[in-house]
Design a protein around this ligand. Structure first.
Ligand SMILES: NC(=O)C1=CN([C@@H]2O[C@H](COP(=O)(O)OP(=O)(O)OC[C@H]3O[C@@H](n4cnc5c(N)ncnc54)[C@H](O)[C@@H]3O)[C@@H](O)[C@H]2O)[C@@H](O)CC1
Ligand SMILES: Nc1ncnc2c1ncn2[C@@H]1O[C@H](COP(=O)(O)OP(=O)(O)O)[C@@H](O)[C@H]1O
Ligand SMILES: [K+]
Length: 503
């Protein structure tokens, strides 16, 4: 699914109105019917609903939803923000319709004195501002937001919590943004919904389709999109009857150091469970018995050092390399990583300490092969590019980095984002907080390595790997819940996760 800017959404909206064709009033009614259905299914009509409507179409939606719900015996009160200019267009028509219906008390709010008392038991429907917001809230709207947030009432935001911008909130003030428990967003999630600092403002997001025109959706270009199973299903490579282990590549995993050999076992296991033909794990000497005991399917290449990575084996047999989990950043390992990059390793995924070493030697970044995959978590990314004060800035740095070095940057988190060398960013929606546990990143490295070593292009390995990893985590959480989930559970669910893509 494409993620559009709020400006693009306004254009798509207008195109739909002209080309479907449909009047703006009817489009508003269509959106409002969807939101009304959601309220009916989720909120009891014993609750009093307090609507706040702003000057634009977001307010128009609120006015229409109030009318539709009042017809279904919901007790609604409407407060319309009055800037002294009156409403125009479809919102004005909806105000007239609501007044003519005579079921809802409508009050204008021109100053703080007009504000109602909001009880904790009430439900607030927030239609103050939507995607047309163009600057931080101040004055009366900001006061309304503060009152709503202080009331303790459950808030349902129409399209977007009022005060939140669709994209860049780097200069916004959180105290002037509605804190919703649910956000009913129309047709498309907005970019800012994918940023962790907005979770507490958005609550649970519902994307409600409102039938915007498919042609303009298809034709409008955006660098951002949400990963969906349909796209990934097409990417899955089928296995021919006569295939053999040589068909599915030979992966080299370089991971683990004394005391942290488990990272290597987890990544190796995940790599094997992702369909690779052969896997060699390169380990410090002390890791050999551990790997052979834990994973008889893996072959081992033994480092001269008992403790850490200092040398890599000849690279000619390997179709892809994964390097980094629990490698350590000792000088010998650093030197070996530099030599590996100088040897032009081809398909490669770099994680954890491989990235930390690059942060210590940024001059080595230019050695990264084109289309290398880097899988930092936010801290590792910060070490690479410096601190970002918010997720929007971090996202732009992620895109810039991917373009500058012509690599894929997989920035891990609740919505892992994958930035590509040509400036695209894919967001992932699978996975859960149970995966915030030691080793789950090592599992992702193993999966991506396994896919890279087969015939997957780096883009497909990154997208499929991230998505499958999250699905496996979700399946694991169904069995063990979030608290008890450990990284090995994610590996155990990889089989079912792959099967979920094969309809
Ligand atoms: N395609 C869609 O997604 C559809 C969207 N609709 C609704 O339309 C909304 C967008 O409507 P609008 O473009 O009218 O935008 P808004 O309803 O967000 O309001 C824009 C108005 O607020 C003013 N404004 C902006 N920032 C302000 C600030 N900080 N302080 C005071 N005033 C400010 C603007 O000058 C403008 O008059 C969506 O959020 C959604 O609720 C629906 O009506 C139907 C279809
Ligand atoms: N709240 C969450 N929702 C979804 N996925 C998560 C969540 N927390 C962590 N993950 C996933 O778990 C993995 C954690 O990776 P990382 O931080 O590198 O862990 P480790 O270094 O312990 O292996 C990432 O792929 C991340 O996307
Ligand atoms: K809103």
């Amino acid at each position: 699914m494409k993620i559009f800017s709020t400006q693009q959404i306004a254009v798509i909206d207008q195109f739909t109105i002209e080309q479907e064709p449909i009047s703006d009033l009817d489009l508003m009614e269509r959106a409002s019917l969807q939101m009304t259905n959601w309220v009916v299914q989720n909120i009891s009509n014993e609750k009093k609903l307090m609507f706040f409507a702003g000057p634009g179409n977001n307010g128009g939606d609120a006015l229409a939803v109030a009318r539709l719900l009042a017809d279904l015996d919901y007790q609604c009160e409407m407060f319309v923000l009055d800037f002294g200019k009156g409403l125009k267009g479809a919102p004005a028509q909806n105000l007239i319709r609501l007044k003519e219906q005579r079921k809802v008390l409508v009050q204008m709010i021109a100053s703080e004195d007009d504000l109602p008392v909001i009880e904790k038991e009430h439900v607030v429907l927030d239609g103050l501002f939507g995607s047309g917001l163009n600057r931080m809230l101040d004055g009366l709207p900001a006061t309304i937001v503060e009152r709503v947030n202080a009331s303790g009432a459950k808030v349902v935001a129409i399209d977007i919590p009022s005060g939140l911008m669709g994209e860049d909130n780097s200069t916004n003030d959180r105290s002037r943004i509605v804190k919703a428990e649910h956000t009913l967003t129309l047709q498309f999630p907005k970019l800012s919904f994918f940023f962790p600092e907005h979770e507490a403002l958005l609550g649970k997001v519902e994307v409600l389709p409102i039938g915007l025109h498919p042609q303009v959706i298809e034709e409008t270009e955006t660098p951002y999109c949400l990963l969906e199973p349909d796209l990934l299903e097409q990417k899955l490579i089928c296995r021919s009857k006569f295939s053999h282990k040589g068909t599915f590549g030979h992966a080299l995993l370089i991971a683990g150091s004394y005391g942290k050999m488990g990272a290597s076992v987890l990544a190796a296991n995940a790599c094997l469970r992702s369909g690779v033909g052969l896997l060699t794990a390169h380990l410090p000497h002390s890791g050999y018995p551990i790997m052979q005991t834990a994973l008889p399917e893996a072959m081992c290449s033994i480092d001269p050092s008992d403790l850490m990575f200092t040398e890599f084996p000849p690279l000619d047999h390997f179709s892809a390399i994964g390097i980094g989990p629990a490698l350590g950043v000792k000088p010998n390992s650093r030197r070996a990583l530099k030599q590996l990059l100088e040897a032009k390793p081809g398909k490669i995924v770099l994680d954890a300490d491989a990235l930390n070493i690059l942060s210590m030697h940024p001059e080595w970044l230019k050695l990264l092969p084109v289309e290398a995959i880097l899988t930092p978590h936010p801290k590792e990314f910060e070490r690479l590019v410096g601190e970002s004060s918010n997720s929007y800035t971090r996202l732009q740095r992620q895109r810039d980095f991917a373009r500058e070095y012509q690599v894929y940057v997989v920035l891990k988190g609740a919505h892992t984002s994958i930035a590509t060398p040509d400036g695209m960013v894919y967001f992932n929606n699978t996975g859960n907080p149970g995966m915030a546990t030691a080793g789950s990143g090592d599992v992702l490295t193993g999966i991506i390595l396994g896919l890279l070593a087969q015939a997957y292009e780096p883009l497909d390995a990154a997208l499929l790997g991230v998505w499958i990893h999250g699905v496996a985590g979700d399946l694991a959480a169904e069995r063990s819940g979030y608290h008890a989930l450990i990284a090995s559970d994610v590996i155990q669910s990889l089989g079912k996760a792959f099967l979920s893509l094969r309809k």
